[in-house]
Structure formats: structure tokens, C-alpha cells
Design a protein around this ligand. Structure first.
Ligand code: ADP
Length: 293
């Protein structure tokens, strides 16, 4: 723990009295350290592709000036590196925007089925390039959830994008939505708990994304949603990852008073599931229907 000592001397009846107070500043120090680490990590992530870009620009203006074949190859690399920087900046902006409104609960209604269809459509081409099938199961009459459609689309896109990135070629990624009634007992491996006060028994809609990849060793699971935490940093970068996708997912799910669970079987694959509360009006309507019958 970290303590800060404050000394306050004063005089009374000719004697000097010194009051020493100790303040526990562990939490402040920890959050300062996390902020400093974050800035250092973000700068490092940006500096690497930037250095590559500068190197190639110099080469193109110098030794490779008249070499058409090298120029083409170098421009391809420069395009990849610019794409990497652009993804990183977009993710950093998303994260800071989400953090800003994390304490205001979303009020809209969102249809997870429609959002999941959109996310699957957006990633179909990327998956097809490695002969990965995206299978989507949406039950009939799924109730809407309380939420911000754009943010929930980002959650599903990030999870499906990861599944596609980390699954083996020629396999299937399954996206399954379901209605989860209270008392059904969720999976035990919750890594992002419900925010305090949010543990009311309420129906939830779950969206799970399962892949047939290498899986994730148990020791990594609790840290997976930390910013820039990667099991294999070189592989993540090579696959175009920023290391921020799951941190964004965690913040959005927290804001929605939902829950994220990660289950993984090393060598066989992983399942990421988000649980989101059914929209309040739907719950009232359900109770009325149940009461009237
Ligand atoms: P990245 O951009 O590196 O994929 P994320 O925050 O989305 O960053 O994920 C953090 C890390 O979690 C990844 O680098 C990877 O090691 C691991 N990971 C995420 N999804 C999966 C998955 N479906 N299968 C295996 N590992 C995964």
C-alpha cells in the first residue's frame, strides 16, 4: 500500500505539537500508474508503424527511387502500416468516448437479432477469404434489450472479428442468440461481473460467439479485457489486432449493466458470451401477459 504523510505543526501553551496524518493513496497511485502505462503503450503502438513508414519514405526518395518493383512492394507495406495506425486511433477514440459516458445508462431499445445479422454481413467476406463459415442462430420472437445500437454492434463485431481472426481456416464460427430467464444459473466463468446493484433477477438476452481456434489458457482469462493485453502480441499485430477490442467490449457491456463471460478449451476453441437485460417495457408487458392468463 502507498501512504502519504502530512505533517502539521502548531504551538499551544508554549509547546510545539506536531500532528502527523497518514493518507492511504494506493487507489490514486494505481490509477495514475494505469494511466501512465496506457499512454506509454499507446505511444509505443503508434511509434512502431510510424517508424516503418518513415523508413520506407526515405528509401523511396533515395535508393529505391527508380526501382518500380520495389516501389510497389514498399507502397503495399506502407498501406498496411497506415491501416494499422488508423485502426489503433479509431479504437483509442472509441474507448475514450465510451469511458466518457460509461456512467450514463443507455435508454434506447436495441434488436440484437438485427444487429447480429449486420455484424455477420460486415465480416462475411473476411471470413470467406479463409473459408470460415459464419453461422447465425436467432430464435423467433427475441425481445429487444435496453441499449445503444451502435455500441452493441461494436460489441458483436469485435467478438466475431476476434473469432474469425483466431479460429482455424475451414472451420465454423457460430453466433447464437437466446433468451435467458432469471434463475437459469449463468456460466461460472464470469470475468466481467455485473456492476454493483445490477444483480436483480431479470430476463437477459445472451449472444455467444464460438470459434474453433487454439483456445486461451486459463491464466490469461482474467486479464483478457485489459487494454493492450494480448496472449501473443506478435500474432495479434500480424492479424491486424490493436489489443483494444475486448477492452472496448468490456466497457460497453458494463455501461449496459450486462455481463461478459469467456469460456475456453485449449486446443478446441473459445466462446465469448454477452448477457444484456431485456428492455424494461418488455418485462412489464410480459408480467401483464402472465398475470392476465
Ligand atoms: P486483439 O486486437 O489483439 O485481438 P483484443 O482486445 O480483441 O485484441 O483481444 C485481446 C487478446 O485476447 C488477443 O490478442 C488474443 O490473444 C486473445 N483473444 C481474443 N479473442 C480470442 C479468440 N476468439 N480466440 C483466442 N484468443 C483470443
Amino acid at each position: 500500500r502507498v501512504f502519504e504523510a502530512r505533517v502539521k505543526p502548531f504551538r499551544r501553551d508554549g509547546t510545539t505539537i506536531i500532528i502527523l496524518t497518514l493518507h492511504d493513496i494506493t487507489a490514486i497511485k494505481r490509477s495514475e500508474q494505469m494511466r501512465a502505462d496506457f499512454v506509454a503503450n499507446a505511444s509505443h503502438e503508434l511509434r512502431t508503424p510510424l517508424a516503418t513508414l518513415l523508413g520506407f519514405i526515405e528509401t523511396l526518395r533515395g535508393p529505391a527511387r527508380d526501382d518500380a518493383e520495389a516501389r510497389d512492394r514498399f507502397l503495399g507495406i506502407m498501406q498496411d502500416q497506415s491501416g494499422r495506425m488508423s485502426r489503433l486511433v479509431n479504437d483509442l477514440l472509441s474507448l475514450s468516448r465510451i469511458e466518457l459516458d460509461e456512467h450514463t445508462a443507455p435508454t434506447g431499445r436495441a434488436d440484437l437479432g438485427r444487429i447480429a445479422r449486420g455484424a455477420v454481413a460486415a465480416l462475411e467476406l473476411k471470413a470467406a477469404a479463409r473459408r470460415i463459415r459464419l453461422r447465425l442462430d436467432v430464435p423467433d420472437r427475441l425481445p429487444p434489450v435496453t441499449g445503444d445500437e451502435d455500441q452493441l454492434a461494436q460489441v458483436l463485431q469485435n467478438l466475431i472479428d476476434n473469432a474469425v481472426k483466431y479460429t482455424r481456416d475451414d472451420t465454423e464460427v457460430r453466433i447464437a442468440l437466446a433468451l435467458v430467464e432469471p434463475g437459469g444459473g449463468g456460466p461460472a466463468s464470469a470475468v466481467v461481473p455485473l456492476p454493483a446493484g445490477g444483480r436483480r433477477a431479470a430476463p437477459m438476452v445472451s449472444a455467444s460467439v464460438s470459434d474453433c481456434g487454439e483456445g486461451i489458457a486459463r491464466m490469461h482469462l482474467p486479464r483478457l479485457t485489459e487494454r493492450f493485453y494480448r496472449v501473443d502480441p506478435a500474432r495479434s499485430r500480424q492479424l491486424g489486432g490493436t489489443g483494444l477490442g475486448l477492452a472496448i467490449v468490456k466497457h460497453i457491456v458494463n455501461r449496459h449493466r450486462g455481463r461478459l463471460t469467456i469460456e475456453s478449451d485449449v486446443g478446441r476453441g473459445s466462446t465469448f458470451t454477452v448477457f444484456l437485460p431485456v428492455a424494461a417495457e418488455e418485462r412489464v408487458a410480459d408480467t401483464r401477459r402472465a398475470g392476465g392468463s
